[in-house]
Design a protein around this ligand. Structure first.
Ligand code: FMN
Length: 209
């Protein structure tokens, strides 16, 4: 069932699933079916990547079936994140392979491509009635140690995955945040047609003919 809580009201019409994607902190106890999990990570694999490297890796910890990994991901988080993320049935870490496989040179786009894959899986999750919530508030070193990551692999973000729950289940402060209107910068603040703002003479669409 589509998540209709706190749907974004964008400046221009966008795909409904994009407006419905959000980062909840309240989760239902309902586990994530294995098939849904596979669909979500198959969506990640559909993302574009530099040289087709697919530098993304994911470690998943499910409270029901891989509790040790779940606990390791949870305990890598800062206190604030642990307090709500422990409601989610699934936790995951995204990891970047930092060098290209074909020549071992540094892949400057590895983190970009991992982010792109995670953005794609977030949309697939929303389409399935699930949501993810990405976090930077975790210890990279703890993830490295817990999962004995080999050299050349960098933890990027951790995230929850689950069916959204009742915002009323959250403690004061987080409850209000869960339902506060989601806002975005207007296009005018980040979309620059023709050149960087202030460098009008360099606008390609105003070049003298
Ligand atoms: C890379 C990244 C790191 C984030 N880190 C945290 C975090 O540590 N804790 C948290 O509660 N939310 C975190 N967020 C969630 C953002 O605050 C959230 O995506 C943003 O406020 C927009 O809300 P929305 O995703 O519901 O549209 C993070 C999101 C991203 C993409």
């Amino acid at each position: 069932m589509a998540d209709t809580t706190n749907v974004l009201a964008p400046e221009h019409p966008i795909l409904p699933v994009l407006a419905q994607r959000r980062s909840p902190r309240a989760y239902a106890a309902q586990p994530v079916p294995t098939e849904a999990l596979h669909q979500i990570f198959a969506a990640a694999a559909s993302a574009a990547s530099c040289f087709g490297e697919q530098p993304w890796r994911y470690i998943v910890g499910s409270r029901a079936s891989s509790a040790k990994a779940y606990d390791a991901i949870l305990s890598s988080m800062g206190e604030f994140n642990q307090a709500w993320a422990n409601q989610a049935p699934v936790l995951a870490v995204s990891i970047a392979k930092l060098n290209f496989s074909h020549d071992d040179n540094p892949n400057r786009h590895a983190l970009h491509d991992v982010g792109q894959a995670t953005a794609t899986l977030a949309i697939q999750a929303t389409e399935l009635g699930l949501q993810i919530h990405q976090m930077a508030g975790f210890s990279v070193d703890k993830i490295r140690e817990s999962f004995r990551l080999p050299a050349g692999y960098e933890p990027v973000a951790v995230f929850t995955l689950g069916y959204p729950g009742d915002p009323a289940s959250l403690p004061d402060g987080l409850r209000e945040k869960e339902t506060a209107p989601r806002t975005r910068k207007p296009l005018a603040e980040f979309l620059f047609e023709g050149g960087w703002p202030g460098l009008e003479e360099e606008r390609y669409d105003q070049a003298p003919v």
